[in-house]
Design a protein around this ligand. Structure first.
Ligand SMILES: [Fe+2]
Ligand SMILES: [Fe+2]
Length: 474
């Protein structure tokens, strides 16, 4: 596969061979840069950042590390190589050759899937744009910027598909992706979790652990798509997504490590005392976890969805690890258990599996969070501290789907609205919690130094030492 790195837009899809496409993308590029300058990392224009850049799609060798001024980052278009003879793996077209062009009858649905995915990418950059001002270290600042430029590249990935395969309406959608704004009253981002602010670094680590993991599951489902260019794009995006979740899992682990050190040294678990010592008490970590977990579960959509059934039946969006599942991959008569809230009770109902695909993806996601939670709990175990983190019940604090009307505690009990509300501050970050976490946020930019509320990581980036100057300011 030819990789053109020296063109204006680095790519491995022969953009130069399609002059109309090249012109359209080269018109979009300065608009993207304007958006980056307005809505990308605040005040970062002159910084040189030690970043990895995707330069090929070879396993193990695709990333190049060097100092880059972020607006000069080489946002490229990279698709995994085509697999010869690939066929559609599920739905009513199972076994037919995968599509290299958009099937006319599925055009609207495919465009909607691509736009919805594409919209989350710039949204998270907007949500995180002020965090650089309060970074706990240069190492963390660099990681934040790495995530941001790669979300920018993911936007490019979706915009390429829109320009290349969807003609004029694709170009209009690509434009609109630069116009919506996270949290904007009049023109918000499409999905609710992407309109929530990410006001502090605890929120960032929870977001990259939970919400970027939703990204992983959506991309895994798209990596199965019968529309081959989408599948190949999603597969390459997944290689980048892994680092985003790494930032989250290690970030929270380092917060816990620091808190546990202070708890062990001072022999206290009093939140007031720990806060006075400048670290984040464990119940507060649990409340942030509850918030980000529940908000992210909503991203998977309603338990029962005829759209999800259509996307599957028509071969557009598969299940997580579709190929590893041992069934007929059509699901016409299959059923799936779904939690429902009926007449004031929680009941499990067998639903048609095709309609319950959102719920299945959500369940796969919940399973996937377990290893991260276990890793966090090992920190407490190591320090001989009894406290354990846990994900709340999947009906807790839901705003979308069948459980949205129910008032469910983190341990899964059904409560009255009043009883639930009375305890909300025990379960979700209160205004006081948020103000406290915010009060810890300062800017630490001396190489090798870390803010008091977070432990240093185990190792640096790409073999560099912890006191490496990961970001150079002008
Ligand atoms: Fe992304
Ligand atoms: Fe991501």
């Amino acid at each position: 596969m030819n990789v053109s790195l020296n063109e204006k837009i680095p790519n491995n899809v022969d953009v130069g061979g399609d002059k109309a496409l090249q012109r359209a993308l080269e018109r979009w590029q300065p608009e993207f840069l304007d958006w980056w300058s307005d809505m990308g990392p605040d005040g970062s224009k002159g910084y040189e950042v030690y970043l990895r850049t995707a330069v090929s799609v070879e396993k193990g060798g695709w990333a190049h590390f060097d100092f880059v001024r972020m607006p000069e980052y080489r946002w490229g278009i990279f698709l995994e190589p085509a697999r010869a003879g690939r066929s559609v793996g599920f739905g009513e077209h199972r076994g037919e050759p995968a599509w290299q062009e958009v099937p006319g009858e599925y055009r609207g649905n495919l465009r909607r899937i691509i736009v919805t995915q594409g919209d989350t990418e710039p949204a998270s950059v907007e949500q995180q744009r002020h965090l650089g001002m309060t970074c706990p270290s240069l190492y963390d600042l660099r990681n934040l910027f790495q995530v941001n430029v790669e979300e920018g590249r993911h936007l490019w990935a979706m915009v390429y598909l829109l320009h290349r395969y969807f003609g004029r309406d694709g170009r209009e959608e690509a434009q609109a992706l630069l116009e919506r704004r996270s949290g904007d009253r009049d023109n918000p981002r499409i999905l609710e979790a992407f309109n929530e602010p990410t006001p502090d670094w605890m929120s960032l680590f929870m977001f990259t652990f939970f919400t970027d993991r939703d990204g992983k599951f959506q991309l895994c489902a798209l990596a199965e798509s019968g529309f081959d260019p989408l599948a190949r794009t999603a597969r390459f995006m997944l290689t980048e997504e892994a680092h985003h979740m790494f930032v989250g899992v290690t970030g929270v682990a380092r917060i816990l490590e620091r808190t546990c050190q202070v708890m062990a040294k001072e022999r206290t678990d009093s939140p007031e005392r720990l806060r006075a010592l400048g670290v984040i008490d464990l119940p507060t970590v649990q409340r942030y976890l509850n918030f980000h977990f529940s908000v992210t579960l909503d991203l998977f959509g309603s338990e029962l969805s005829s759209n999800a059934a259509t996307y599957y039946t028509t071969g557009l969006k598969g299940r997580y690890e579709e190929e590893k599942l041992d069934d007929d991959h059509r699901l016409k008569d299959a059923v799936y258990p779904v939690l429902a809230f009926e007449e004031g009770r929680l009941v499990t109902r067998e639903a048609p599996a095709l309609n319950a695909l959102n719920e299945k993806l959500r369940d796969d996601y919940i399973k996937d969070t377990a290893s991260g939670i276990a890793r966090w709990n090992r920190v407490m175990e190591k320090h001989g501290i009894e406290f354990r983190l846990a994900v709340p019940h999947k009906g807790f604090h839901r705003r979308i789907g069948a459980l949205a009307g129910a008032h469910i505690s983190p341990d899964g009990r059904l409560l009255s609205r009043e009883a639930w509300q009375a305890r909300a501050d025990e379960w979700l970050p209160s205004a006081a919690d948020r103000a406290f976490v915010q009060s810890l946020m300062g800017r630490v930019v001396e190489p090798g130094r870390f803010a008091n509320w977070i432990a240093p990581p185990e190792r640096g980036i790409h073999g560099m030492p912890l006191d490496f100057e990961y970001v150079r300011f002008d």
